[in-house]
Design a protein around this ligand. Sequence first.
Ligand code: HEC
Ligand code: HEC
Length: 305
Amino acid sequence: MRIVFLLCSFLSLFFASELITPLPLHINYDKSKAILGKKLFFDPVLSKDNTISCAHCHNLQEGGDDGLEVSVGIDGKLGSINAPTVLNSVYNIAQFWDGRAKNLQAQAIEPIHNPVEMGIEDTKALLKKLKNNGYEKLFFEVYTDGLSLKNLVDAIAEFEKALITPNSRFDRYLKGESILSQEELSGYELFKSIGCISCHNGILLGGNFYQKVGIYEPYYADENLGRFSVTKLEEDKYYFKVPTLRNISKTAPYLHHGKVTSLKDTIQIMAYHQLGRELETLERDLIYKFLLTLDGDIPEILNEK
Ligand code: HEC
Ligand code: HEC
């Protein structure tokens, strides 16, 4: 496994320039569905006691997550894993840390029913509640078959599709602008040369496959077995979806368990456990500066009514 990984790292050095691609400035989406999805995303009516909306745990102005180690749902119940960002999530190979939802539609059903998140037990009752809150008309305006769970998650997914954060300084660099400082460029060079890019690549610098946490040095910070819980394959133990690094400065605390509050510490953990090396403070700080160039614009749809 390590040999395959080393080979990949080695190959990636040669193709590094194409390994990361910028986000598009605009993405095509169905605006009327997305605007309905936006309303739903911010509406606590989707929870059992009308207190928790999707936005409660995914603050779209602040990195698309909740800034907590683990999320807090209805009745103050604690979840068991760190909330990832929803920004740019349309590009993920699958949703959740263990990839158990194949797309955004499938994902959206889970928090609604999750007893420690929004806690809805009865879908019919939820649809009735939505009807009482004026949603029936809104759904008929957008979907010929009106209000249903399928259309509900479809509208939310369409909104999430629009949540891209283009125009980061790094993307502008990729498109040819001389916009990065010498230190930021050196950080990017290190990111490539030591092999971070072998896992964090593609349009999200992550999100496109699963990798083991603790390749070189075991890293067991909690009980979570990652991808194993989906596939039940022994070799998938401790594999997680490689998370995106876009807007990473805004999504502390880090890792699936959310136990690491500092981005600089996370970089060291990655270098040690995933690449078998201890970084000099200077190297760590250069990579840190590079990572800060990945903050993009707030999605346009947040300003639309
Ligand atoms: C109580 C907090 C909470 C609420 C409410 C919540 N989420 Fe999440 N969300 C999380 C957590 C925690 C995860 C990670 C769970 C996992 O991977 O097992 C997550 C994961 C996701 C992901 C996957 C991102 C990725 O990179 O894999 C998406 C997309 C998402 N949520 C969207 C939504 C939508 C849409 C709603 C509303 C219907 C919602 N969330 C409600 C906490 C929350
Ligand atoms: C072998 C693949 C691999 C390599 C190499 C790798 N990472 Fe990661 N990275 C991952 C995985 C998998 C996770 C998720 C781990 C977890 O949550 O337990 C992750 C998580 C992260 C996170 C936290 C993201 C978040 O949202 O919590 C950061 C930051 C990060 N990596 C940066 C780096 C840097 C910088 C390097 C190079 C020093 C690097 N990674 C090398 C696979 C890798």
